[in-house]
Design a protein. Structure first.
Length: 140
């Protein structure tokens, strides 16, 4: 199995709370940044999604905090899609410190919404395959 896609992020001082820890909401930003970076690396743009009449939606997100992150820490944020036969898919992510310690795990359920009908499309992997220049990055 291939390593999951990842993007490097440096924790910035203004993202920390009064204890000096990375603010809990920022983990969501890092996860979202990794997801959009994966889409871009696979050749899918926001305008391409809109042109196809679909947009990604988050249906559920869970964060498990494992170790603290402080200003200046460098982390790799991974992103791996897991497909099912239904209208939804899972996205599993880890925030990993430079020494290999997992600082957080982010697990999400998502879908692709038909922007006109305002309902989830039936075959999200099909849309990703069609739009991507490198669908292998999604495990397709």
């Amino acid at each position: 199995m291939n390593e999951p896609f990842s993007v490097r992020v440096t924790v910035r001082g203004y993202e920390t709370d009064v204890q000096g820890h990375l603010n809990q909401a920022v983990y969501l930003n890092y996860a979202e940044h990794a997801r959009w970076s994966l889409l871009q690396a696979a050749g899918i743009s926001q305008s391409g999604l809109v042109g196809k009449g679909v947009g990604p939606v988050a249906l559920e997100t869970t964060i498990r905090y494992r170790r603290e992150l402080l200003a200046g820490d460098e982390v790799d944020v991974t992103c791996a899609f897991e497909w099912s036969d239904g209208k939804t898919f899972r996205i599993e992510q880890q925030v990993v410190k430079a020494d290999g310690t997992v600082a957080a795990e982010v697990s999400a359920v998502g879908g692709l919404m038909d922007l006109t009908a305002r309902k989830l499309v039936a075959d999200p992997p099909g849309y990703f395959k069609e739009l991507a220049t490198d669908p292998g990055l999604f495990g397709l």
